[in-house]
Design a protein around this ligand. Structure first.
Ligand SMILES: [Zn+2]
Length: 267
């Protein structure tokens, strides 16, 4: 079994639900999940020890206390290791464990955090790209060719403020950055779906969906895809903007898990 972890950086659950995503919709429904962190670095560190966003409902592979898709034998919580589908061992993290178990580990990251070895050390091949989905997809396709088994990873930047992507005509009018917030937060003006930021993130998610077929067509059918976000975003709710702050919407993320050959994951 191969694993492909796709992270739409900052993408809210309700944004992905509002976006037209025919490719993703053709595989499975998207669940409402909770991220373990509110910004990029700790969220990915958690993912890389096998702790994915958590769905409260009792769904296998989605609920971290029921059964995790990933997981380590030598690192992390006992529950994760006991019911993990992939049991690999490493004193460092899941990516390192998979590499030692013979997986080809290839990743591409948009966020600046992926300039740091502390996030990327487990990957045999890793490319920091900035926001450039097409380059990331090409890199994965090229470097996963011929792999007997693999763990592929992309952190996409298009859904991160300022929501820019190839061919986008208008810049986002909202500056969705927590560092620009007034403290204490003061609610004012439109929020959520009524903001330009929300609409721009929707458009970015639709852009990414349109690029999934090229990636999926190049990978074997026994690839399990995990599509999620590292954290959400606030668009003015309760006076909050952006992420890296404690607000429920910053922890709410989409989570979809499916096989490329559409075989249901067994329970
Ligand atoms: Zn992020």
């Amino acid at each position: 079994m191969n694993v492909l972890l796709l992270v739409y950086d900052s993408c809210r659950y309700d944004v992905l639900c509002a976006a037209r995503t025919p490719v993703l919709d053709s595989y499975c429904r998207v669940e409402r999940a909770h991220s373990p962190a509110n910004f990029t670095y700790p969220a990915h560190q958690a993912f890389f020890v096998g702790i994915l966003p958590h769905v409260p409902e009792d769904l296998p592979y989605y609920n971290r206390f029921r059964k995790q898709l990933l997981g380590l034998a030598a690192v992390g919580e006992g529950q994760v290791a006991k019911d993990a589908l992939l049991k690999v061992s490493s004193p460092w993290n899941l990516v390192q464990g998979l590499k030692e178990a013979g997986y080809r580990t290839v990743g591409a990251g948009a966020a600046n955090w992926f300039r740091q070895d502390s996030l990327t050390f487990g990957f045999e091949r890793f490319l920091f790209t900035g926001t450039d989905a097409q380059r990331q997809i090409s890199f994965l396709i090229e470097n996963l060719q011929g792999a007997e088994k693999f763990f592929g990873f992309i952190n996409f930047g298009e859904t991160h403020a300022p929501y820019s992507f190839a061919g986008k005509a208008e810049p986002c009018r909202d500056r969705v950055l927590a560092r620009l917030m007034r403290w204490p937060p003061v609610p004012s003006g439109p929020v959520g779906a009524a903001t330009c930021g929300f609409r721009c993130q929707v458009a970015a998610a639709e852009f990414l969906d349109s690029h999934l077929p090229a990636l999926f067509a190049a990978l074997p059918g026994d690839t399990v895809v995990i599509l999620t976000a590292d954290h959400g975003e606030c668009f003015g709710e309760d006076g909050y903007w952006g992420h890296g702050v404690h607000h429920p919407l910053v922890y709410e993320v989409p989570l979809a898990i499916f096989r490329l050959d559409r075989t249901p994951l067994s329970t």
